[in-house]
Design a protein around this ligand. Structure first.
Ligand code: CA
Length: 507
């Protein structure tokens, strides 16, 4: 009897497989649009006061905008590894930039391949793996950080050379794959990943003079003096005033340009630089000039990203793919646009802890909606697996966002989030730290090798995080609660007692 039932099950399964092969596979496609260092303060859908991003806003208009998407470790390579694996840095092994990602481990693209998805990555990879990246049917990626102009790339591991602006080229490659190269009978997952707007913010030829005639508003804390905070804020090396180089500020021309590109560049920057040199600025006026130069170049890079995203969205609409493609916009972390006098990222403070995250999924996400749940790029792998109908491998640390995308947050959704940054000593001298936040209260411990200091912030009364309340008697109850949450989460997430960064230093 049992044998007869088994035979029936096998026969039925074969029949279903046969039938589904004859029918179109209607599982949704996934288009993951990713940028490097794009702060939500420079996206108009997030209320930017300094620019507009009409095409990124299109995604928000048709989908859901997340206001509390927190990164686990605010630095480039490590966040890419978190997205690939759905695991914190201490488990995926990629703690600091300079580590190499172990591409042999389980990643979500490999799991999607197993259930019949076609996977591709175009643009910035930056995981230091052997090439081509593992888990992808097609890849054409920048080598390391890659330049803003004329990038050499690796197409399925073979070197290629392009002439032009990298943001445009990456988009051309993504569109070419979508139009001509993929297998139209299979659902796809495409990671379309820009270098922009990463340092040193070189604008494309079309945008070199954008914002020339306007003054971009300064953030309130451009001249922060770091009073009421501990040692780390005083000893960092990421200020607009002191850390930016002539190269960052475009006072010297780039080196890898064609003669035509250089001519166009010099025609734009030459007169502006001459005016600057003649003004002989000092003190606060010099910082103000540097801020304007920095922020305008940063926003010019965003303008190009936004234009190019428009090209891809147009193609999805025209081809009909938009109906069955989940479109995600995200950056690897947030960024300082002059807040606290800084550029760069790394801190658990809000600007670098939060990353933009917008999703449109036709017929699923409510157009123009927003969400305040605590979500994270840690959740993406689990989410993509559920969208594709793949099995949950059981060892991921994120949670599927599919219920939230459908408008129903699970009752047991996380209310407190754990963060951990390891890269010290390192560029910009931001101390190693970890902490927890519930969206209102934030507890942070800076540690090793020569400090051990705590900070706590009440974001309701101090949204700019200018005054640590750690150790204040009136916050004792909250502090105890947050300390207990920190212990709980460190255990739950299997954070080693001995700092894992100690063993990788110097590698
Ligand atoms: Ca980054």
């Amino acid at each position: 009897m049992k044998r007869a039932i088994n035979t029936f099950i096998v026969a039925t399964t074969l029949l279903i497989c046969f039938n589904s092969a004859a029918w179109a596979d209607e599982r949704p496609n996934i288009l993951f649009i990713f940028t490097d260092d794009h702060a939500s303060q420079s996206i108009s859908a997030y209320g930017s006061k300094i620019n507009t991003t009409p095409n990124i806003d299109r995604i928000a208009r048709e989908g859901v905008l997340f206001r509390r998407c927190y990164v686990t470790n605010s630095i480039c390579g490590p966040m890419r590894a978190v997205i690939q694996t759905g695991k914190y840095s201490h488990l995926n092994g990629f703690l600091i930039n300079g580590n190499k990602f172990d591409g042999t481990q389980q990643t979500f693209p490999k799991l999607l391949q197993k259930v019949g998805y076609q996977t591709a990555v175009v643009g910035k990879w930056h995981l230091g793996t052997h090439m081509p990246p593992q888990g992808y049917d097609y890849s054409e990626v920048l080598i390391g950080q890659g330049p803003y102009y004329n990038p050499p790339m690796l197409k399925n591991g073979e070197r290629t050379k392009h002439t032009g602006y990298t943001t445009d080229i990456i988009t051309d490659l993504a569109l070419a794959w979508l139009k001509d190269s993929r297998d139209p009978d299979k659902p796809f997952m495409l990671m379309y990943q820009h270098k922009a707007p990463h340092r040193n913010w070189q604008p494309g030829p079309k945008h070199l003079n954008l914002y020339d005639d306007v003054e971009i508003p300064e953030p309130d804390t451009l001249f922060d003096d770091y009073s009421d905070r501990g040692t780390p804020a005083h000893t960092q090396d990421m200020t607009i005033s002191k850390t930016m180089t002539p190269n960052d500020l475009k006072l010297v021309p780039p080196r890898n340009f064609t003669p035509e590109q250089l001519e166009t560049w010099n025609a734009a920057y030459g007169p502006k630089n001459k005016e600057f040199e003649e003004a002989n600025l000092t003190g606060k006026e010099l910082v103000r000039w540097k801020y304007q130069r920095y922020i305008k170049d940063y926003l010019r890079c965003i303008a190009s990203v936004d234009d190019n995203i428009g090209r891809v969205l147009d193609y999805l609409d025209e081809s009909g793919l938009a109906k069955n493609t989940v479109v995600i916009y995200c950056s690897d972390q947030g960024f300082y646009l002059g807040e606290h006098g800084w550029f760069d990222k790394r801190w658990m403070y809000e600007e670098s802890l939060k990353t933009p995250f917008i999703v449109k999924w036709s017929g699923v996400t409510k157009p123009g909606s927003s969400n305040d749940d605590i979500v994270s790029p840690l959740d993406f792998a689990q989410t993509f697996l559920e969208i594709a109908g793949a099995e949950d491998p059981g060892d991921l640390q994120g949670h599927s966002l599919v219920p939230i995308l459908k408008g129903k947050t699970p009752d047991d959704w996380r209310t407190v989030f754990y963060y951990h940054y390891y890269e010290f000593p390192g560029p910009h001298a931001v101390r190693r730290h970890y902490g927890v936040t519930d969206g209102r209260n934030k507890l942070v411990r800076f540690y090793e090798p020569d400090v051990d200091e705590w900070e706590m912030y009440d974001l309701a009364s101090d949204p700019q995080e200018l005054k640590s309340v750690y150790g204040k008697p009136e916050f004792a109850d909250i502090q105890n609660r947050m300390l207990a949450e920190l212990d709980r989460l460190r255990q739950e997430l299997k954070v080693p007692e001995i700092d894992p960064a100690a063993s990788i230093r110097g590698k």
